[in-house]
Design a protein around this ligand. Structure first.
Ligand code: NDP
Length: 392
């Protein structure tokens, strides 16, 4: 059905490559390209299908455009870092290729992620007859599709949305992050924002917590309110939502380490001079922390991520919970990655499948909830992330 270039050979890139390779009728040709070619080759060697590999610096737009003109893919799956989003979108426009990513653009020198920069590409993608699908991971991604599915099938209107991301896994390390440490720490140390009536209200990071009991004996965890990008698009596309908040579980141990690292300045993103050289403390910290891809064989337990929607159906109040539970050990058995990379990489593959099969393909820049959720929800059940729904 088509040819894809996957950019980024980290934890998520590894899962996307494996999952695309499992569906040869859709992904006829796969090229994995990243800054370090050896990482692409190592991933390709673990897959029993031919995957082409290449070295590419995605921030070099002319070189990336030339590469895309040579490979001629139908679609680029961007699982490099959020800093590369705009450069990859520029190269896709220049080469006439569709685009998909899993995280919205963030400037390197400011921990501020929002859709403004990518939504500004709307007219250019529309004119070029190309699709850009934004945020096709789990959260953002599946959480947007869960909300769209609830709006389509369960509610006349959704009034409150709570997205709850619990990682009940344990990797046994004193301190490690489950995906890119720099991106992860920038995200969790940012001020919290949640939606109230018609605007985002800002509060101090990690200042509001509650306890949440996951279904199916995953356990009871402390979850903390924080800002997450999908709220921005969901309140725009579902204006009946008057309250939206995002919650994530953190262990006391993780938070204590983070507090100390913050107190001593190690989470700073501005350069400091060390021995005459400028270094960014957070980038240095990333270099000494465990590589998230090394956590695969160590992590035990399950994730539980989902949406609690409250709203009105036939004049009555209704509360629904849609969720997925994913086992770290099962994910590792299948694709040699822990569940955080797995729950991101599978939806990236499914988003790409929706585009290549033309179920989700129209000119412009779109968030996940702007397409029909049904074929995506069916594909989640078939490709490793089965979901359940319940009335609370
Ligand atoms: P990693 O750091 O493990 O991998 C990133 C990869 O991108 C690395 O292989 C890196 O190369 C490569 N890369 C970085 N810069 C460039 C560049 N300029 N040109 C080419 N390649 C580059 O990150 P993850 O795999 O954990 O995360 C990937 C993405 O997924 C991130 O954007 C993250 O925010 C997103 N994500 C989304 C989630 C969701 O649910 N929506 C959840 C988790 C992650 P090198 O190996 O040389 O460093």
């Amino acid at each position: 059905m088509g040819s894809v270039v996957i950019i980024g050979a980290g934890g998520v890139g590894q899962v996307v490559a494996h999952k695309c390779a499992q569906v040869p009728e859709v992904f006829e040709k796969i090229t994995l390209a990243s800054r370090t070619k050896a990482k692409c080759d190592a991933i390709a060697a673990g897959i029993d299908r031919k995957i082409d590999t290449a070295k590419i610096d995605a921030d070099d737009v002319p070189a990336l455009t030339e590469f895309l003109n040579k490979v001629k893919p139908d679609l680029v799956i961007n699982v490099a870092l959020p800093y590369q989003d705009l450069h990859i979108m520029d190269a896709c426009l220049a080469a006439g290729v569709h685009y998909l990513d899993t995280a919205n653009y963030e400037p390197l020198d400011e921990a501020k992620f929002c859709y403004k920069w990518q939504w500004e590409y709307q007219e250019r993608f529309e004119k070029a007859g190309l699709t850009a699908l934004l945020g096709s991971g789990f959260d953002p991604g599946v959480t947007n599709v869960f909300t769209a599915y609830a709006a389509k099938h369960f509610f006349d209107e959704i009034n409150e949305l709570e997205i709850i991301d619990v990682n009940g896994g344990d990797h046994g390390q004193p301190f490690a992050t489950n995906f890119n440490p720099e991106i992860n720490i920038r995200e969790v140390t940012a001020p919290c924002k949640h939606w109230e009536v018609d605007k985002f209200v800002e509060t101090e990071a990690m200042s509001v917590k509650k306890s949440f009991e996951c279904p199916e004996n995953v356990g009871t965890y402390n979850i903390y309110r924080m800002y997450h990008e999908e709220m921005e698009s969901l309140v725009k596309h579902f204006p009946t939502i008057k309250k939206a908040s995002f919650w994530m579980s953190f262990s006391d141990n993780y938070l204590k380490h983070l507090e100390v690292l913050g107190n001593v300045g190690m989470t700073r993103i501005d350069p400091v001079i060390y021995n005459g050289q400028p270094i960014v403390p957070l980038q240095f910290l990333k270099a000494v922390l465990p590589d998230p891809s090394s956590l695969g064989p160590l992590t035990k337990g399950r994730t539980c991520i989902g949406c609690v929607c409250t709203g009105i159906k036939d004049g009555k109040e209704l509360k629904k919970y849609i969720y997925n539970i994913c086992s770290h050990e099962e994910a590792y058995k299948e694709v040699k990655s822990q569940a955080i990379s797995y729950t991101t990489g599978v939806p990236a593959m499914i988003g790409a499948m929706m585009m290549l099969s033309k179920k989700w393909l129209k000119p412009g820049v779109f968030n996940m909830e702007q397409f029909d959720p049904d074929p995506f929800m069916d594909a989640l059940n078939k490709h490793g992330l089965p979901w359940k729904e319940t009335t609370l």
